[in-house]
Design a protein around this ligand. Sequence first.
Ligand SMILES: Cc1cc2nc3c(=O)[nH]c(=O)nc-3n(C[C@H](O)[C@H](O)[C@H](O)COP(=O)(O)OP(=O)(O)OC[C@H]3O[C@@H](n4cnc5c(N)ncnc54)[C@H](O)[C@@H]3O)c2cc1C
Length: 464
Amino acid sequence: MTALNEATHNVDVVVVGAGFAGLSAAHDLVDKGYSVVVLEGRDRVGGRVFTGEVAGVKVDLGGTWVSHRHTAIREVAEQVGGTTVPQFTEGRSTLWLAGKRSTYKGTIPKLSPAALVNMGRIQLALDKMAKTIDVDAPWNSPRAQELDAISLEEWLDRKRARWTTRAMMTIITKVEWGCQPSDVSLLHVLRTIRAFGGFDFMLDAEGGMQESRYVETTQAIAVRYAALLGDRVHTNAPVRRITEDGDGVTVETDSLQVNARYAIVTTATEHRGGIEFEPALSEPAQGLTNSWRLGALSKAFVAYDKPFWRADGLSGEAVTDTGTVFITFDVSPSPDGPGILMAFCDPRVFDTHASEVRKAQVVKQLIDLFGPQAARPIDYIDHCWGTDSFAPGGPNPAVAPYASVRYGSVMTEPHGRVHWAGTETAGEWTGSMNGAVLSGRRVSSEVARLLLVTDTHDRKKALA
Ligand SMILES: Cc1cc2nc3c(=O)[nH]c(=O)nc-3n(C[C@H](O)[C@H](O)[C@H](O)COP(=O)(O)OP(=O)(O)OC[C@H]3O[C@@H](n4cnc5c(N)ncnc54)[C@H](O)[C@@H]3O)c2cc1C
């Protein structure tokens, strides 16, 4: 990867963003013989995957897990030598609801029969509705208008969800969409459930979305993948402006200009708004950028000498409706230590505090969940995605009611010579690293087809 230099580049395609979508699009186009430049606004590649270190162990501050069905991201990882390890699930899970702690084996928490029946009914209804959603174009699904007109919370009200069901759905909403159930449209929730292979698959570790993670970390995969592109990738290059004339596009950063035949923008939908387009984006395309805003999510890692909870028969997996932390997982590299607990934290009560306050909040909750030994951490790290200075946000957009039907259909509609990718634009697996890679592949085929048509036309003209 190169640092920025004063220069003008002339290439076939300029790719904006060096997350998995941008890197995949660039690779595919280079493989097809086209010249490519990738411009990344951050000082690193990877986007929503980012490596941190705690007690000498590399950890995923952003995107982490892959399932056996995530074949696209796995192919990328295989190409650069990534090794998966299964998510640790042995032992009992911990549940903390309304101040009461319980532990349970398997996937069904220890709740009253009435609570379990209510939760099962809600889950079944969501799964049934999700099956009717067109994952590529949810806005065209039967009853799309109706499903997009209410929030998840309103729907839970109508279905008479009990407080336990609401508590669990709030936790799921915070981790999947980085918001509250009142902030997200039912249609968008159903699309994600469909895209993530159903409710159970979305939540499961064994055999599901949280099945395994990479020893090297996911950003290390992105870094290696970017390295194969060599000096085509420029970091510290936030794109400010994209101008189109009849024959191509000019893409400008603060100190670099790229003239290309096509541009591919792979930022999250919200961050398209950070670029000035000439001609300007259509009203619906601007509406998309304004309304498909990323939710927020924070992650903390607390390291101990040993994974002490395992000796107590606990898996380290916990779900709680109280306080800052709402889900934990054991991501220890070995039973001998260090023991590492990963905690998803609620940005609204976490991000504004100083680091030592955040650490104290997390450790206090881990003591409640796993006992007094949790009071003696040897190291700590966290990352608040919502407060990133560039391209802030969480894993997925918190798409509010009406915004899917009103603006969703323009998401992949080219703006002249500007084409779009990014995990949000994927159908199946949208919102995951796998979706990001798939979107990069889709857009590279789209643009390669156009380049081929132009090349054939030019050749015919030259021969005439
Ligand atoms: C906390 C967290 C946990 C997650 N957990 C998982 C998980 O376990 N499994 C999973 O599959 N997925 C997970 N995800 C989601 C996953 O990380 C993303 O879906 C995926 O990485 C998105 O890739 P992308 O290339 O589409 O977008 P990004 O990675 O966001 O890449 C877009 C890039 O564009 C850059 N950019 C933005 N604006 C500009 C500009 N103007 N100029 C130049 N560059 C710009 C950004 O800096 C960014 O690098 C998680 C995400 C988060 C945040």
